[in-house]
Design a protein around this ligand. Structure first.
Ligand SMILES: Nc1ncnc2c1ncn2[C@@H]1O[C@H](COP(=O)(O)OP(=O)(O)O)[C@@H](O)[C@H]1O
Ligand SMILES: [Mg+2]
Length: 315
């Protein structure tokens, strides 16, 4: 995973300096990001930081007060239908017509996209297959579980065969199994060449799903600073030795940058390492000194660490 610093060429979506207020509330103050075909990008930030507002603007469903958005070379506000057709939007709150079946829900959407009836039906069934809901095609949408509803919502976003997919907190409220299914689906959609933007305030749920990350805090997307934070977070490793072994002393002696772990004794520490090679060297040297190491690995999720650090600095 990398964090965005600049816009690569051949992008599917590019936003620069986008802002939007609601009355006196500045929901999005300054947001910039780029989506690349075949890539899953995370939009990460706490509740209320402006993710949904930004995504609505990217999808052409809300007009920005300023800044530019370009989807496949078009402005979604002025080019309207042209740009919007290239985008699949999956809202965080599911607005389904409960009385319709899964197939009917998708057909209705396909018709709204201008597909002839038989094509809408065909595509609806193809999309149900794709999200593993073919068995439930004739069931009313209201009987679906949360995970199934999310997949139906994803299928709906795919009805227009969009090059850009914008998914607002799709993993929230899913059990681990449904989350894995969602992750596999998202990865498969990206491998078809689509650009995917996926938001979350729960970081660990995105860690294995995304290629790039854009952090957002109080209406502002964070670029290069987040890049450095992620690199630094990746470099924090936890060393755990058997009780009685003094890891603190060994790290100090090795002139390492380390810190103790709250609630743990001198047998546990968190140490900064330059890279995996450096980590391997450190481990070898500790073991060489007779310290009995029982666990050694990166601390938490890299996204999570970066996020916590950024949040702390902005407080
Ligand atoms: N339609 C709206 N009217 C007034 N305030 C809004 C509206 N939509 C969002 N906000 C406010 O804008 C801020 C950002 O909200 P939102 O984009 O939903 O954040 P997130 O999706 O990251 O939780 C919040 O303070 C929210 O209350
Ligand atoms: Mg939101």
């Amino acid at each position: 995973m990398t964090v965005q610093a600049e816009a690569p060429s051949g992008h599917a979506l590019h936003a620069q300096g986008v802002r939007r207020s609601f009355g006196s509330v500045q929901a999005v103050i300054n947001a910039s990001l780029t989506l690349t075909p075949g890539t899953v990008t995370a939009l990460i930030g706490p509740n209320g930081c402006g993710k949904t507002t930004l995504m609505l603007m990217l999808a052409g469903l809300l007009r920005p007060d300023g800044g530019t958005v370009e989807v496949l070379g078009h402005d979604p506000v002025t080019a309207g239908a042209v740009a919007r057709r290239g985008i699949g939007w999956m809202p965080d709150v599911l607005g389904m017509w409960d009385s319709l079946t899964c197939a009917e829900t998708l057909e209705t959407f396909g018709r709204a996209y201008g597909l002839p009836r038989n094509e809408a039906t065909e595509r609806a069934f193809a999309m149900l297959e794709k999200v593993h809901l073919a068995d439930l095609a004739a069931q009313p949408a209201r009987v679906l579980s949360r995970g199934q509803k999310q997949r139906l919502s994803l299928a709906r976003a795919l009805m227009g065969d969009p090059a850009v997919l914008i998914l607002d907190e799709p993993a929230s409220g899913l059990d681990p199994r449904s989350r894995i299914e969602l992750r596999d689906l998202v990865r498969a959609l990206a491998s078809e060449g689509r650009a995917v933007l996926i938001s979350s305030h729960v970081l660990s749920e995105l860690d294995e799903m995304v290629d790039e990350a854009v952090f957002m805090s109080r209406g502002v997307t964070l670029g290069e600073s987040a890049d450095a934070e992620v690199a630094r977070a990746r470099a924090r490793w936890r060393v755990t030795a058997l009780p009685g072994h003094d890891v603190h002393a060994a790290l100090s002696q090795a002139a390492r940058d380390w810190s103790p772990v709250e609630g743990a004794d001198a047998s546990v520490a968190v140490v900064h390492v330059a890279d995996a090679d450096d980590a391997a060297d450190l481990l070898a040297s500790l073991v060489g000194q007779g310290i009995r190491i029982s666990a050694f690995g990166p601390v938490g999720s890299a996204l999570e660490q970066a996020y916590l650090t950024i949040e702390q600095e902005r407080r």
